[in-house]
Design a protein. Structure first.
Lengths: 118, 118, 118, 118
């Protein structure tokens, strides 16, 4: 097992990750969060990262640093709309065995379902 | 604010909820989880609940009890495939002001983006 | 692998699970959620389930059905305080190999750290 | 509402955040994750950030960039132990109204419970 000595400054973050996040502004007095979600989508578009929105969150792909920076900037953008508190729920996956896109993941499951594999 | 007396047996769970979950088998020695995800999709189909799979999870709609029962059964189904440990990450939303479907949520954001609202 | 036939009514949910959740009221206009969290703690106490609060959520142990019912009732209690929308983030674990309590899990890690195992 | 022009390079990430995460190695063939969790605790100690472990995750406090870098390094450290796939569930909170520590949050709820406020 790896030794984690005191100097961790040279330890890299993963070159690639897969993050799905759902950002919730708290204390705004507004029940709808659609405008905030739209602001985040515009930010992600400007980031150049690959992303897809679904009904329960947004999935972003890229290097760990790029993806986390974009989600942090999303907090900043939503704070700028007036929300003083934000809570985000996130799932992040990394793997070293292969590169797998969002499409690959869904297609793999759909193939199993179509073929009736058990 | 509401009083929570000792007897909570009559307290209902929400009639409707919106849950997005990602189930991960642990300790199986297999990197792919596609077969387990496919087994869960078959279960959800059999449940009669409304659900959609995306690349980072699956979203299910229904009453709190129905949805949580289905996700619990998903754990059971995946345990039956041999996984001895399972970890699920879940987001669940409930609201009392209105009923909003998955499609409604996405469409609302897309409309804002299309209209260039800020 | 298991067959999931159309009839899933006899499929049980796990007899034991471990859930950590963080409930966020949305659209209340209040930045603090401490009162809502306190209401949830009172509910959990009344439920008879084993639970512990920490700074980022609350961990509950029990059967899948009991735990999910309690968290659903927590949504109801917080809706009754006036919150019309609630978003909860949850992690749930189940295992079939052994029973492990919250204390066990923390102690196991602390032992490794104390022994300098790598 | 804020304009998100094409240039987002000057947009900062939050100066402070509060993250609770649970990291799960996938496909290792080992049911226990205690050694991996211990490796992450050693890394966090070396990071100089404030953190606390509980039975369902670890909470870290610091600037957005520092905290996300540390969690990314945690993925790297666990990949170095041999895990080829890692899935992390995370909750991150930011607020602009005040600074609140982990202890503050828990104490606020305990005070409400002790005073019998409703």
């Amino acid at each position: 097992m790896v030794s984690t000595s005191t100097d961790i400054s040279s330890l890299e973050t993963p070159p690639r990750c897969y993050a799905d996040f759902c950002l919730v502004p708290v204390g705004t007095g507004k029940l709808s969060v659609a405008e905030e979600v739209a602001a985040v989508q515009r930010l992600l578009k400007a980031s150049g990262l690959k992303y897809t929105m679904h009904s329960a969150g947004t999935t972003v792909e890229g290097s760990w640093d790029e993806v986390m920076r974009a989600i942090g900037q999303a907090h900043t953008v939503v704070h700028q709309t007036g929300a003083q508190r934000i809570q985000t729920s996130m799932r992040v996956g990394t793997r070293t065995d292969k590169t797998q896109t969002a499409e690959d993941k869904v297609k793999r499951v759909e193939d199993i379902l179509a073929n009736g594999e058990k």
